[in-house]
Design a protein around this ligand. Structure first.
Ligand code: PEP
Length: 256
């Protein structure tokens, strides 16, 4: 089943707006729950209240990060064990964390393994910077990130593992990637997953595209043969826009 994930980032800044946003997408997401898995990733402080609203809707909840240890002297961190009760998913290695808080491939590998070991789903993000893209180094960068990020994963994890290909230059820029470039990179990612954790796993792992996805352009990605959905940032903060992304995805996969 395709996955449409809403990464709210550090928004909205108050709980009432967060709950309004969930209410705005809930009925559409629920109505398509048999064809599209929808997951919402609010900031940590809103997780509990949002989880109450999502009970029995079929809409999944996720966190935007998690630490690799389960408890201890790690001020400010949140562990997979703490998220386990109400989240089904965790985003790991988003480019904004790599850029602004210095997350390395090694940290991404440890976090991904920790999340999967708690039987949560992990969405591991990879993608090249604009300079890499312009220099024709996208494949090299993405290969390195996928290899490093999967270092501690096994085939047993594949059903709960998602890799989001998000070219950094496409995130929040309004410049979404050419579908041909997205397709080639997603094909490369699936090949590397196969080399690292086996061909069976490579078939099961879901691969998403992310980067300036909107209702108006989502179809060209979800139509790609190797694309299992989208990770949506800015457009997920507009309930009607996000609902339309869910509808288009349901429509495309309904015809597959
Ligand atoms: C993201 O945050 O993962 C993302 C893809 O953002 P945007 O859709 O705003 O480009």
């Amino acid at each position: 089943m395709p996955l449409v994930a809403a990464n709210w980032k550090m928004n909205p800044t108050n709980i009432d707006d967060a709950l309004d946003l969930v209410r705005g997408v809930m009925s559409v997401a629920r109505g398509h729950a048999d064809r599209v898995e929808v997951a919402i990733f609010p900031p940590f402080p809103w997780l509990l209240a949002v989880s109450d609203l999502l009970v029995e809707t079929g809409v999944k909840l996720g966190a935007q990060d998690a630490f690799w240890e389960n408890s201890g002297a790690f001020t400010g961190e949140v562990s997979p064990a703490m998220l386990k009760g109400w989240c089904q998913w965790v985003i790991i290695g988003h480019s904004e964390r790599r850029l602004y808080v210095g997350e390395t491939d090694e940290m991404v590998a440890k976090k991904t393994a920790a999340v999967l070991s708690r039987e949560l789903g992990a969405i591991m993000c990879v993608g090249e910077l604009l300079d890499h893209y312009d220099e024709g180094r996208s494949d090299e960068i993405v290969t390195g990130q996928v290899r490093a990020g999967l270092a501690e994963c096994s085939a047993d994890d594949s059903a709960r593992l998602v890799i989001a290909y998000e070219p950094v230059w496409a995130i929040g820029s309004g410049r979404n990637a050419d579908p041909e470039h997205a397709y080639k990179t997603m094909r490369l990612i699936r090949r590397i997953v196969g080399e690292m954790i086996g061909a069976g796993a490579a078939r099961k792992v879901r691969i998403l595209y992310g980067g300036s996805v909107k209702a108006a352009n989502v179809q060209q990605y979800v139509e790609l043969p190797l694309c299992d959905g989208v990770l949506v940032g800015g457009a997920s903060l507009d309930a009607e826009e996000f609902a339309q992304i869910v509808r288009v995805t349901a429509e495309v996969y309904g015809h597959r």
